[in-house]
Design a protein around this ligand. Structure first.
Ligand code: PRX
Length: 568
């Protein structure tokens, strides 16, 4: 039976104390996510249960029980302490989806340090701005990523330790680099868990905005109250479930629901650290008898593209509940899920800043394909007037998605950037930066973002970051970056570039620029197309008008440009 019952009744009777009670939270007492996700599960007598099944390239496979999770996260915590890492120091996790990432995350939290996960495909510049902003003390990484760190280390005086988890002695360790083998280090049976409290910082996730550098979203240990209950009610995890979250912990889905949610519930989860292919994914579900699967629209669209015949090759009968996050989930994808798996995908809407699901579809509530569902009980959401920020009660009106502040996993600030944090609140509402409408039945429908941020395959890319990086290429004089439509990724990055004198547009130059951005920032930020132009549309004061270029790419009305020209 589903954990979640009738939506209206849950809303009526709701209090976060439901979650507090189940997690035995007591105000003023220590509360630590790392402990809750490992030691507590063992204390409940579930130490022998498999916590993590991991598969990597070349048929590599590892398994960890909850006892292993407890002991190995102790090992990580102990090791960090021995290096001098203290509570609230920032420790970056810069790894592919290997066990050290999942277990290391818990180890960092256990000693009260702040976990800063970063997407391992980030290039040196993306890495630098985030480590510099957070004044990170240590980075746990793999050999293959060390060259990117060596490139920027001289500019990062705070970064004292580069901890390499798979060093094989073939290359010399340089200054500040040390080798650490999580699996073979002596077991640490008991570790003094740092007495973090509800408001102690836990995780720092970087997210991209329209302007300025990426922002570090600061979360606290109390976020577990939201993450646990949403995992239970929306993902409907039960003791005997085998769960698969396809997200990378470099992004918030991969930590909130790829580490914290499932481990705090003591279920078995599977991780696949192999690139995407429909066959590989279905085989993975079949092999591990996965029951609950949390994925993303781009992946689902890619599976749809691979065709229905591939699905039929595998026994996917173990699946019982599917969910999705990160971008709009088209109605066709929901219906396709029903057709080929006999189960619809349940769309969930939330953000790095919200820390947990906000508007979602529930196992027991009818789905309207294409709708994000309804606000989680205890979450007050409203469609706000774009100018006055007043809630609009009439269904059908399009406005800004606003949430009443105060849910447990709400970000506490942007790291070192309180002003930008404050600007996210208007008229007593937290603004998500998205637009939506509701219908007469109270279902929410996503309309679009309210800013220029590009959502490519469920990952946010800041046009500002790409434009700044483009300017560092010797041929580029000016640039403007917008999204363009894409069948699978929904949006991809497109760059408009004017060249410095002496440079000529060419296919080679376009490729060179693509590669430049891929290495510097990441494959996600890499422009899929670069258009060389003689000039860029600007306001009278010289600000580039991305909106005109965006409209052009999406075949939309450009509107009254005379007003845009004054639009500074
Ligand atoms: O624009 C919305 C989109 O992704 C943004 C949040 O991105 P991020 O902070 O990286 O977190 C992603 C995973 C939680 C939102 O502001 N977004 C997220 N979920 C949905 C969505 N857009 C439409 N439908 C969704 N279900």
């Amino acid at each position: 039976m589903a954990h979640f019952g009738n939506y209206e009744e849950h809303c009526r009777d709701f209090s976060w104390s439901i979650s507090e009670r189940e997690l035995e939270y007591q105000e003023g007492r220590p509360f630590n996510i790392g402990w809750h996700c490992s030691d507590r599960i063992c204390l409940q007598g579930k130490g022998n249960r498999t916590a993590l099944i991991w598969e990597g390239l070349g048929d590599k496979r590892k398994e960890y029980t909850y006892t292993d999770l407890r002991i190995r996260s102790n090992v990580v915590g102990h090791h960090l302490r021995s290096l001098g890492i203290r509570a609230e120091d920032r420790v970056c996790l810069f790894m592919d989806k290997i066990p050290e990432l999942y277990i290391g995350f818990l180890g960092v939290l256990k000693i009260g340090a702040i976990a800063q996960p970063l997407f391992s495909a980030f290039g040196d510049e993306s890495l630098f701005v985030r480590l510099d902003n957070a004044q990170t003390s240590a980075i746990i990484t793999q050999r293959k990523h060390v060259p990117k760190i060596r490139k920027i280390i001289d500019r990062l005086p705070s970064l004292k330790h580069i901890i390499i988890v798979d060093h094989d002695g073939r290359k010399e360790l340089k200054e500040r680099e040390t080798a650490f083998d999580m699996d073979s280090a002596p077991a640490v049976e008991s570790l003094d868990i740092h007495p973090t409290h509800a408001e102690s910082p836990s995780v720092l996730h970087y997210t991209s905005g329209t302007t300025g550098q990426p922002k570090g979203v600061k979360h606290v240990h109390y976020s577990l109250i939201s993450q646990y209950l949403t995992t239970k009610w929306v993902l409907d995890l039960h003791d005997d479930d085998i769960y698969w979250c396809t997200a990378d912990p470099g992004w918030v889905t991969g930590t909130s629901y790829g580490i914290i949610g499932p481990f705090s519930m003591g279920v078995t989860q599977c991780v696949m650290d192999i690139g995407f292919s429909a066959d590989a994914w279905y085989q993975f579900i079949e092999r591990h008898r996965i029951t609950v699967w949390y994925s993303a629209p781009t992946a689902i669209r890619s599976l749809m593209k691979a065709g229905d015949a591939v699905v039929k090759k595998y026994d996917l009968s173990s699946l019982r509940h599917l969910a999705s996050v990160g971008e709009p989930l088209n109605a066709e994808a929901v219906i396709w899920g029903q057709k080929v798996f006999g189960l619809p995908f349940h769309d969930t809407f939330w953000q790095t800043e919200t820390g947990s699901m906000m508007i979602t579809n529930y196992p027991t509530m009818p789905i309207k394909p294409g709708s994000m569902g309804k606000p989680f009980p205890g979450i007050t959401a409203a469609v706000l007037n774009i100018n006055t920020f007043e809630p609009m009660s009439e269904p059908g009106q399009i406005g800004l998605i606003g949430f009443k502040p105060g849910w447990p996993s709400m970000m506490r600030t942007y790291w070192n950037n309180e002003a930008t944090y404050r600007a996210k609140f208007k008229n007593g509402w937290y603004l998500s930066g998205d637009r939506a409408r509701t219908d007469a039945d109270g279902y929410w429908w996503f309309v679009g973002r309210d800013d220029d941020v590009i959502n490519t395959g469920g990952h946010l890319v800041s046009p500002f970051e790409v434009e700044s990086a483009l300017l560092e290429h010797p041929a580029v004089a000016e640039s403007a970056v917008v999204s363009k439509p894409d069948e699978v990724n929904m949006e991809v990055v497109k760059a408009f570039v004017t060249l410095k004198s002496g440079y000529q547009p060419s296919k080679d130059l376009e490729l060179e620029i693509m590669n430049f951005i891929r290495k510097k920032l990441s494959p996600l930020a890499m422009p899929q197309e670069t258009e060389f132009v003689d000039g860029l549309p600007k306001t009278r004061s010289g600000k580039i008008m991305r909106r005109i270029l965006h409209a052009q790419e999406w075949g939309e009305e450009i509107g009254d440009t005379s007003t845009l020209e004054n639009d500074d």
